[in-house]
Design a protein around this ligand. Structure first.
Ligand code: PHE
Length: 349
């Protein structure tokens, strides 16, 4: 009997050792089969009970059952240990580093032309100019006729202009804003004019998109202009010169440049001039660059604004914003601005 007890104790110890040595659940199940399976060592012992006398059978059965419980306890302990290890491993593998910086939405930046536009608005704003916005699909009247541009003027040709049905065009310049803004201004101050009293001056810039049938390194079918208009009772060409020189110096942050007014022709100004500038230093030093059309507002245009040309006089200019942005940022092809290539655009953000 002692023999049986010690062999049962050995069996339990063997089983516990085998279970503990199993590195995976699958191998643990194999080890289990060797003790508790159909022909496992414990199962064989239980089968052997059949051959014993009833008294013996009862005592031996109880001992075997006790051993079986110990083997099962060892098995469950190992199962639990393997499951715990697996969970710990999984937690380690899926660990989150909460000290990592969070994911932020991508940062946008302003387009260089927008930057130039905002800069222009800021500079003219500081000189007391209002900023106005107007339609890009413009009536023939505002784009041409009111600006003293006759029906047969070359600027009206199909070649230069995108025509839209119904007497509309994609505006070919920002000059229609001269009329739109002035007409509103005059309407607002009608009571003063009716009473023969002086009207506050018109002082406005109107930046925005403009369109022409044109495309090369310095022309795009869509481009940007800024219109400037200053009308009062005593506004002369020398005011235009002072304002424009101040603007260009502020825009390029240097006084190291020259500006010249070159006689030109526009139907809506008389006299008219192109404004050219020349840097004294830098990669473009010494070259005259055209940046704007300008002139004294034509008497017929003053009349179309609803004002008396005998009393009111002023100047206007229309400058290429893209050209100014190219010069400021050293960009040599206008089309880069409108290709939408982020490698180019990110440099300005
Ligand atoms: N609108 C003219 C152009 O686009 C520029 C201009 C504006 C000229 C105002 C004179 C006065 O070429």
């Amino acid at each position: 009997m002692n023999d049986t007890v010690s062999s049962l104790a050995t069996l339990v110890a063997d089983a516990a050792a085998a279970f503990d040595a199993a590195p995976t659940p699958a191998e643990l199940e194999n080890a289990k089969a060797r003790f508790l399976g159909k022909s496992g060592r414990l199962t064989e012992l239980l089968k052997g009970l059949a051959a014993l006398a009833p008294e013996e059978k009862k005592a031996q059965g109880a001992r075997i059952n006790e051993a079986k419980q110990q083997v099962e306890a060892a098995l469950n302990a190992r199962r639990q240990a393997l499951a715990d290890a697996e969970l710990a491993q999984q937690l380690r593998a899926e660990a989150l580093d909460v000290t990592l910086p969070g994911r932020t939405p991508g940062q946008g930046g302003l387009h260089p032309v927008t930057r130039a536009m905002e800069r222009i608005e800021q500079i003219f704003g500081s000189m007391g100019f209002d900023v106005a916005d107007g339609p890009e699909i413009e009536a023939d009247w505002f784009n041409f006729t009111a600006l003293n541009t006759p029906q047969d003027h070359p600027a009206r040709s199909m070649h230069d202009t995108f025509y839209v049905e119904g007497g509309y065009v994609l505006r070919t310049h920002t000059s229609p804003m001269q009329i739109r803004y002035a007409v509103q201004h005059v309407k607002r101050h009608k009571h003063l004019l009716d009473a023969g009293l002086p009207m506050p001056e018109i002082r406005v810039i109107a930046p925005g998109r403009t369109y022409r049938v044109d495309s090369d390194a310095t022309h795009s079918p869509m481009f940007h202009q800024v219109e400037g208009l200053w009308v009062g009772e005593n506004i002369s060409f020398k005011d235009l010169k002072a304002v424009y020189v101040d603007f260009i110096q502020a825009f390029f942050e240097t006084k190291d440049l020259e500006i010249r007014f070159r006689p030109s022709y526009f139907p809506f100004t008389e006299p008219s001039a192109e404004i050219d500038m020349k840097f004294a230093t830098g990669p473009l030093a010494g070259r005259w660059l055209e940046v704007s059309g300008s002139g004294q507002v034509h008497p017929q245009v003053i009349r179309n604004m609803g004002l008396d040309p005998e009393r009111y006089i002023g100047f206007a200019f229309g400058s290429g914003i893209d050209r100014l942005a190219m010069l400021r940022y050293g960009v040599n092809d206008l089309r880069l601005f409108f290709d939408g290539d982020l490698r180019f655009l990110r440099q300005f953000a």
